[in-house]
Design a protein around this ligand. Structure first.
Ligand SMILES: Nc1ncnc2c1ncn2[C@@H]1O[C@H](COP(=O)(O)OP(=O)(O)OP(=O)(O)O)[C@@H](O)[C@H]1O
Length: 253
């Protein structure tokens, strides 16, 4: 079994008197796809915010590739290979699809100042962006501004930015939220293909998507980890049935 790439240990998150996450322990192995599910208000987004650096945990540790990153900035975490896509797309409406991916492709590099190095750098960058435009199925939309894309294309671009930045660990916050059933059906195989070999942690409400994509599923209820296991074991777990799956299957699955 490979060592965890991402590790959450004894994580607590309080907002004033409210304890939103309680003694959370979670490990994600290299190349694994782990889905976090749970009822509304369970603490899923808060967990993502803590891992990506948007909130500082009240207690506990977060480790990325063995390094304690608990107090690191979002930017520094990104440099170590952690990228996040958001539930609501964080795109710039007037920037083109290509410009979005060019920005994302530039994130990990410190640009050299010598002229020939910059030229070489630009050529490599453009080739990388072209390749990602093809893989994302957005090549024909490259010159269009983000505001003109369909909702599903915007989500693809949002996730494409995380991928183009060459992060190894991706946090995807409800990647299919707001998509129609047919858009979701087209998107899930694409997502699977694009993230092959990456380590994936995702929050997702659509149980069809979760059971299709996830290698393991973590169930969060009222800020505590109820179970973390294979999809088959989670489906058969009576406490999970009671706490979550039973109540959501009618609407989500
Ligand atoms: N900054 C904050 N200050 C105070 N309370 C917060 C803050 N952020 C989240 N909460 C509370 O923490 C609890 C968990 O919220 P969170 O958004 O993490 O849940 P969730 O599982 O992602 O829910 P959903 O599925 O509805 O998105 C909620 O009761 C929420 O009101």
């Amino acid at each position: 079994m490979s060592a965890p790439v991402l590790e959450v240990a004894g994580l607590h998150q309080r907002f004033g008197a409210t304890e939103v996450l309680r003694d959370l322990n979670l490990q994600v192995r290299a190349g694994e796809r782990l889905a976090v599910i749970g009822p509304n208000g369970a603490g899923k987004s808060t967990l993502f915010n803590a891992i990506s650096g948007l909130v500082r945990p009240s207690a506990g540790h977060i480790r990325l590739r063995g390094q304690a990153i608990t107090s690191w900035s979002v930017h520094k975490r990104h440099q170590l290979g952690l990228a996040r896509s958001f539930q609501i797309s964080q795109l710039f409406g007037q920037l083109t699809v290509r410009d979005h991916l060019r920005c994302a492709a530039s994130w990990p590099d410190g640009q050299g100042y010598r002229f020939w190095r910059m030229l070489d750098h630009q050529r490599t960058l453009n080739a990388r962006v072209d390749a990602w435009l093809e893989r994302l199925g957005l090549a024909e939309r490259a010159a269009d501004i983000a505001a003109e894309l369909s909702y599903a294309e915007q989500r693809t671009l949002d996730i494409g930015m995380a991928l183009t930045s060459e992060a190894e660990v991706l946090l995807l916050d409800e990647p299919t939220a707001g998509m129609s059933r047919s858009e979701t059906a087209r998107f899930v195989p694409l997502l699977r293909e694009l993230t092959e070999g990456k380590t994936l942690l995702m929050v997702e409400h659509d149980m069809g998507v979760v059971f299709e994509l996830a290698d393991r599923i973590a169930v969060l209820v009222q800020g505590e980890l109820l179970a973390c296991d294979t999809p088959q074991a989670i489906r058969a777990n009576p406490s999970v049935q009671r706490a979550y799956l039973g109540q959501s299957q009618g609407s989500d699955a």
